[in-house]
Design a protein around this ligand. Structure first.
Ligand code: SF4
Length: 298
């Protein structure tokens, strides 16, 4: 059966997506989302550091990386920002011994803290570090995000990686937009910091939510295909741009506001990425869903 690859019009998308955003039960899903880790810290400086560390490790299932991350945060104590400001890569080289999560090893976390220590000392906050690399605050977010990720990759981590031979694990924490990948974890971090409405924090008031791109993971990709937000076959930067551009036709000031609800609708099992006699009938997106329509638009 041929795939329906047509995009859904803004007029058709607006009402079901706005209703999903308005009526979604965010509280019921917060403890199953990576955002629960930075949410534990009320102070802006702690939340900023924990949000970046969480986003960097947010690959794979939340319960799996969450277990590893919880141990790291216990080591960092009640104020992770203070821990980083006082971090010394030589003295604290074994701070995270015992940590293991897929591509990442203790030395990657030591390097993260050493780099964050250097950048906080130079700029005062991660927001100011981001702004320093944002040459065009009215332009696309990609170049600023590239410089932000590069700031961590170019930091002096020679105490961890002699001759600056960065580990694969450390490089994996900071994907570069110029690589063409979706950079989901960096976009997720920006969503948390920049968007003004809950569940996001709105701490980075220097950046407009209109510039953000959707953090595309497998759940958002599947939902986006189902409701006609993208034609692309590969999950990459261009797909993030295409999906965001389509959402911006509904809300140009805040196009990524639909991310949490779309992602958790799929993650929770309230969508099975196929026509289902139980979960589809109450779904508000069925009026724009190609699974529900049975490919009749093709
Ligand atoms: S109608 Fe069914 S397949 Fe389509 S988005 Fe809703 S739950 Fe998912």
């Amino acid at each position: 059966m041929p795939r329906d690859r047509r995009m859904t019009s803004a007029g058709a998308l607006r009402e079901p997506l706005e209703r999903l955003y308005r009526e979604f039960d965010y509280g019921a899903r917060l403890t199953r989302d990576a955002i629960e880790f930075p949410l534990r810290y009320p102070g802006a400086d702690d939340r900023e550091v924990v949000a970046l560390l969480t986003a960097c490790l947010a690959y794979g299932r939340v319960d799996l990386f969450g277990r590893a991350l919880a141990g790291v945060l216990a080591t960092m104590g009640p104020s992770p920002a203070r821990f980083v400001r006082e971090f010394d890569a030589r003295r604290d080289a074994h701070a995270f011994d015992g940590f293991l999560y897929r591509f990442n090893r203790p030395r990657d976390l030591v390097a993260f803290c050493a780099a964050a220590h250097e950048l906080l000392a130079r700029y005062g906050s991660l927001e100011k570090c981001f702004v320093a690399g944002d040459a065009d605050p009215a332009g696309p977010i990609g170049p600023a995000l590239e410089r932000f990720a590069r700031a961590f990759l170019d930091a002096d981590v020679r105490d961890v990686f002699p001759r600056r031979r960065l580990s694969r694990g450390y490089r994996h924490l900071f994907p570069l937009p110029s690589g063409g990948g979706p950079c989901k974890r960096l976009h997720l971090f920006l969503r948390w910091m920049v968007r003004r409405e809950a569940p996001d924090f709105g701490l980075w008031t220097s950046t407009s939510p209109a510039r953000l791109l959707m953090p595309i993971d497998t759940h958002v990709e599947n939902m986006s295909r189902a409701i006609g937000l993208t034609r692309r076959r590969s999950r990459n930067w261009k797909m993030a741009e295409e999906i965001t551009a389509r959402l911006a036709t509904i809300d140009p000031a805040d196009p990524v506001k639909y991310d949490f609800a779309l992602c958790h609708t799929r993650m929770s099992g309230d969508c099975r990425d196929r026509r289902d006699p139980v979960v589809c009938p109450p779904c508000g997106l069925r009026v724009v869903c190609r699974h529900w329509k049975g490919h009749r638009r093709a």
